[in-house]
Design a protein around this ligand. Structure first.
Ligand code: ZN
Length: 509
């Protein structure tokens, strides 16, 4: 008879296979599937999800976990096997606390609310969406109640955040975000008014065929290879891994705004490199798949912003854009490109935000969703609270809810506690970037020459190879000897702002 650990791994391997089939079904739905396939696809996805949920939460999984824990009693608690069983124990307990009726209510309400949200956003009609958001919040509170009382959760928001950023306490996040908010607001206040940077290159015409060649060249430099990656078109870009040796990334195109495709593809390729760099020894195990969305986002943002928008990489991009786009862009040089892609311009829409204002968009969502879940803010008061915060942080007046509180899909989809991981990604990327610059001699020259392999290998060694063995906090302590912090990201931004905007007399970022 097999030992329990082996049997547990076999079951987890089957669950990973089901997960891969789900990932493929989702990828296909968003890239290839003809529109009339939607109904059948949603049924197969629901069935696969239910089967894998039942296989995981069943009592047999619990018996295998018990047995594996006994077998590992004397093992090193940081070994791959011990970490695996700890992680699976924690996920299994959390999943078991949620009654099946609540799990299906959550899924159903999310899909109904998303449809209502699409219409409400089109009409900029918050009132018609409010009852659905009310239901999602009520269900989220019931979900929270299943877990409150566990010593690891001190407040309601801890439970929700934990689904996206495991074991990060809200109190720690709130401290980091308060610091980040103050720094970003002060940087923004020190910037000159609109027009200090000429942004003409961003909106000059660049035919899609040329953009496709540029994007292929750039992602190939990053590590994309045809034997194990695909790049396809989609509406909402994402990256996914179907299994070992099969990473899929997606992007979208606009002939009058090439940064959307280029930086979107670099972002998703950053996510893809993380997935591709996971340890083969942990394939088909939960520890072999990233768990922290903050860490995942750090990889995409490091490549998109710290590399992609660097002065050094603009040396690579500018001549290729000039050659492939022609027309007005034929005269593009690295300095003009660098300034344009780093211009800071407060706007209403999070997904279009620059590196300075992006964090403020995330922080205001984090603050509001905490207030909603704790009952300090009602759904009826939400639009005004949103607009007040946009005024305070970004200095803008929201004219209609489509550009305000209705702009993101997350709350309609029941994803409460997800937003913070976007800004956490920036902070972690700041720390990794600072250390990579210290440890990789001549990194800037390598990037300017288009040699991105040393940075990729450094990230693989420091981050990717650990998979989900450690939490974000543990991984940063082990690899960088420091907790998550704001300083490196803020320093990076200040240096960039000074190089783009100044440093004129009397201004300090
Ligand atoms: Zn991302």
């Amino acid at each position: 008879m097999d030992d329990r650990l082996t049997a547990l791994k076999r079951r987890l391997g089957e669950l990973a296979d089901l997960g891969h089939a789900l990932a493929l079904a989702n990828w296909d739905q968003q890239t290839m599937m003809p529109p009339r396939g939607a109904q059948a696809r949603s049924e197969s996805i629901a069935t696969l999800t239910r089967i894998s949920h039942e296989l995981f939460v069943g009592a047999e999984t619990g018996r295998l976990i018990d047995g594996a824990e006994r077998e590992l009693r004397d093992a090193d608690p940081d070994s791959d096997d011990s970490r695996l069983v700890q992680l699976v124990r924690r996920r299994w307990e959390k999943a078991r606390r949620v009654p099946p009726e609540l799990a299906s209510d959550l899924a159903r309400a999310a899909s109904i609310a998303q449809e209502a949200w699409v219409g409400a956003r089109e009409r900029s009609d918050f009132a018609s969406f409010a009852p659905y958001l009310e239901t999602n919040l009520k269900l989220a509170r019931r979900y929270v109640e299943c877990h409150l009382g566990q010593p690891e959760f001190e407040c309601a928001y801890d439970v929700l955040l934990d689904d996206y950023e495991p074991r990060m306490p809200t109190a720690q996040l709130a401290r980091l975000f308060a610091q980040l908010r103050d720094q970003l607001v002060s940087m923004l206040g020190a910037l000159p008014r609109d027009g200090a940077v000429d942004e003409w290159p961003l909106h000059a015409r660049f035919a899609v065929e040329g953009q496709r060649r540029l994007v292929r060249e750039v992602v190939s430099m990053m590590g994309f290879d045809d034997s194990s990656w695909r790049l396809d078109d989609t509406v909402h870009p994402f990256a996914t891994r179907i299994g070992v040796g099969d990473v899929r990334i997606t992007t979208r195109w606009d002939e009058d705004y090439f940064p959307m495709a280029l930086y979107g593809a670099m972002h998703e390729c950053g996510h893809g490199l993380y997935e591709a760099g996971l340890p083969a020894a942990l394939a088909r195990l939960p520890t072999g798949a990233p768990e922290s969305l903050g860490m995942h986002e750090s990889q995409s943002r490091l490549w998109e912003n710290m590399v992609g928008r660097s002065r050094a990489f603009c040396e690579v991009l500018a001549p290729r854009i000039a050659a492939l786009a022609g027309g007005r862009l034929a005269s593009l040089d690295a300095e003009a490109l660098y300034r344009a892609v780093n211009a800071v311009r407060p706007g209403f829409i999070r997904v279009e935000a620059d590196e300075v204002t992006y964090g403020l968009h995330v922080i205001l969502r984090f603050e509001l969703e905490q207030e909603l879940i704790e009952g300090r803010l009602t759904v009826a008061e939400l639009p005004e609270a949103w607009n007040a915060r946009v005024r305070e942080y970004l200095g803008l007046e929201v004219a209609d809810d489509a550009d305000g509180v209705l702009q993101d899909v997350h709350w309609s989809a029941g994803l409460i506690g997800y937003f913070p991981t976007y800004a956490l990604g920036n902070l972690i990327a700041g720390q990794l970037w600072e250390r990579a610059c210290d440890e990789l001699p001549g990194l800037e020259d390598l990037i300017a020459a288009g040699d991105l392999a040393p940075l990729r290998e450094w990230l693989r060694e420091r981050v990717h190879r650990h998979g989900a063995k450690f939490t974000t906090g543990e991984l940063l302590e082990r690899e960088l000897g420091a907790p998550i912090q704001v300083g490196p990201f803020a320093d990076y931004l200040r240096a960039k702002l000074a190089s783009v905007y100044g440093p004129p007399a009397g201004r300090s970022f």
